[in-house]
Design a protein around this ligand. Structure first.
Ligand code: PLP
Length: 441
C-alpha cells in the first residue's frame, strides 16, 4: 500500500538508495531564479541544479515549445531521422564555430564516455605519430594507443570510466579495479603535461577549461595553448569537458573561448550536458571534421570515426528534449544572456569580493561560475558542530536564510545562478551572504 501520509523525507529514507547526503529541503516548484519548498518557503536559487537551469525555472518559451512537442512526438528511436535532432545539431556546430558533427546522449558522464570511445578509436585505428614526433621507442608503428591524460582535481562523471578519468580519489574508493588507461597530470602545470604526453600509448588529453566541482578553477590561456601545441606535436586528441562551463555559463558559448579571448585554440572534441536543455536530461559531444589518417592508409574526418554500430543510446537526442534544448539556446541568444553572464558575473564577483569578512579567504569566478573559499580554520572560528564540513554547514545556513548555493569540497561554496539572473537578485544574495558572514564572525 502506498504511504501517502508519509513525508517526502520518510519516503526517501525508505525507498531511495542513499547515494546522496541530501540537504533537508523538499523542493516543490520553481519560477525564474526562485524555487519554493513544500511548505511554501521561497529561496533564491543560485545553484540552478548545479549549473543546469540555464534560463531559470519554467521559462515561458521553453514551457510552450515542450508542451507542444509533448503532444506531437516525445520519442523516436535513433533508428530514424527526426528534425528536432537535426536542427539542434546544426545549432551546436554553429555555436562552436568550426565544422564538425554532434552525437547526443543523456548526461555529462555519458557525453564523456563518448569522448573516451572516440579517443580509443582514434588511438587504436589511427596511424601512429610521425617518427619525428614519436615518443622514442615507446610507440612502435603498429602499437595501439588508448591512454587518456586527465587532470588532478577534475570531475568527469560517475560511470566506471568517469571515475577513472576523474582526478579525485574520493570518487574511486570501493569501485576498484578502475577502468585502465587514464593518467592524471596536475592542472595548469605545463612541464607536467609536457612529460605526460611523452608516456607510452597516450591517445588524448581531456580537460575542463574551468574546473567546476573542485571550486571554479580556470585553466590559463598559456596552458590551453600549450595543450594544443603538445597534442598537435604528438598527434593526440585535445578534448574539452564543457559539461559545467559550456554553453553560456562563462559568458561565451565555449568556456575555452572566454579564457583565450577568442578562438586561437580549438579542441578536437567537446562534451556538454547540464545547462544544454535548461533542466531536461541531455548530453552531447561535438567532434571536429579534421582529417585523420588511419593505419589502413585511408583518411576520414574525425567526426566520422564513430561510425554505424560503434556507439548508441535509446533516449539520446529524442525530439522532446531536442526541441527544448534548441529553445533554451535560442532564448540565451535572443535574450542577451551571454552578455548578462559576463556583465552580471563580473558585478557579482566584485560584490562578493567587496564583502569584508575575516571568514573569506578567496573569491574566484569566470562569468556566472563563482566560488567563495572559506578560511581554513573556519570550523574552529565559528565553532560549528563536529562532523559537518564547513562548506555543508554554511550551505545549511544559507538555506535557512533563503538562498540556495552549492558546496565545493570542504571549504568552498559556489554560485551558479541562471544566466538571466538580475542585478537585483545578485544584490539580494550578496546581502544574505554578507549578513550571514557578519553574524558568524
Ligand atoms: N563533467 C563535469 C565537468 C561535471 O561538472 C559533471 C557533473 O557535475 C559531469 C561531467 C558529469 O555530468 P552528469 O552528472 O550529467 O553525468
Amino acid at each position: 500500500m502506498l504511504t501517502n501520509q508519509a513525508t517526502t523525507r520518510e519516503l526517501y529514507d525508505r525507498y531511495v538508495i542513499p547515494t546522496y547526503a541530501r540537504f533537508d529541503l523538499r523542493l516543490a516548484r520553481g519560477k525564474g531564479t526562485y524555487v519554493w519548498d513544500e511548505d511554501g518557503k521561497q529561496y533564491l536559487d543560485f545553484g540552478a541544479g548545479i549549473a543546469v537551469t540555464s534560463v531559470g525555472h519554467a521559462h515561458p518559451r521553453v514551457v510552450r515549445v515542450m508542451s507542444e512537442q509533448t503532444g506531437t512526438l516525445v520519442h523516436a528511436s535513433n533508428l530514424y531521422y527526426t528534425r528536432p535532432q537535426a536542427l539542434l545539431a546544426e545549432r551546436l556546430v554553429r555555436l562552436v564555430g568550426a565544422p564538425g558533427k554532434v552525437f547526443f546522449c543523456n548526461s555529462g558522464a555519458e557525453a564523456n564516455e563518448a569522448l573516451y570511445k572516440l579517443a580509443r578509436k582514434f588511438g587504436n585505428e589511427g596511424a601512429p605519430p610521425a617518427p619525428k614526433h614519436s615518443v622514442g621507442e615507446l610507440i612502435s608503428s603498429d602499437s595501439n594507443r588508448h591512454g587518456i591524460i586527465t587532470m588532478l582535481g577534475s570531475f568527469h562523471g560517475r560511470t566506471l570510466a568517469g571515475i577513472a578519468a576523474t582526478g579525485q580519489e574520493k570518487v574511486k574508493k570501493g569501485f576498484e579495479p578502475l577502468v585502465e588507461g587514464f593518467m592524471h597530470a596536475p592542472f595548469n602545470d605545463g612541464p607536467s603535461l609536457l612529460a605526460a604526453v611523452q608516456e607510452p600509448g597516450i591517445a588524448a588529453v581531456l580537460l575542463e577549461p574551468v574546473q567546476g566541482e573542485i571550486g571554479i578553477n580556470p585553466a590559463s590561456a598559456d596552458y590551453l595553448k600549450l595543450a594544443r601545441e603538445l597534442c598537435d606535436r604528438h598527434n593526440l586528441l585535445l578534448m574539452f569537458d564543457e559539461v559545467q562551463c559550456g554553453l553560456g555559463r562563462t559568458g561565451d558559448w565555449c568556456g575555452w573561448k572566454t579564457l583565450m579571448g577568442g578562438d586561437s585554440v580549438m579542441p578536437d572534441a567537446v562534451s556538454w550536458a547540464k545547462g544544454i536543455a535548461g533542466g531536461f536530461p541531455l548530453g552531447a559531444i561535438w567532434v571536429s571534421d579534421r582529417p585523420v589518417k588511419l593505419k589502413t592508409g585511408s583518411v576520414v574526418p574525425l567526426c566520422d570515426l564513430l561510425g554505424p554500430g560503434s556507439h548508441g543510446t535509446t533516449f539520446g537526442g529524442a525530439p522532446l528534449v531536442c526541441v527544448g534544448a534548441s529553445e533554451v539556446l535560442a532564448t540565451i541568444e535572443e535574450e542577451g544572456m551571454l552578455a548578462n553572464a559576463r556583465e552580471i558575473g563580473a558585478y557579482a564577483l566584485g560584490a562578493l569580493r567587496a564583502i569584508d569578512s575575516p571568514l573569506i579567504s578567496e573569491v574566484r569566478g569566470v562569468g556566472l561560475m563563482l566560488a567563495v573559499d572559506l578560511v581554513s580554520d573556519f570550523a574552529s572560528r565559528v565553532a560549528i558542530p563536529p562532523g559537518r564540513a564547513p562548506s555543508l554547514w554554511i550551505t545549511d545556513q544559507f538555506h535557512a536564510a533563503g538562498l540556495l548555493t552549492v558546496p565545493s569540497g570542504a571549504l568552498a561554496f559556489r554560485w551558479l545562478p541562471p544566466l538571466n539572473v538580475s542585478r537585483a537578485e545578485i544584490d539580494s544574495a550578496v546581502q544574505i551572504t554578507a549578513e550571514l558572514l557578519r553574524k558568524l564572525a
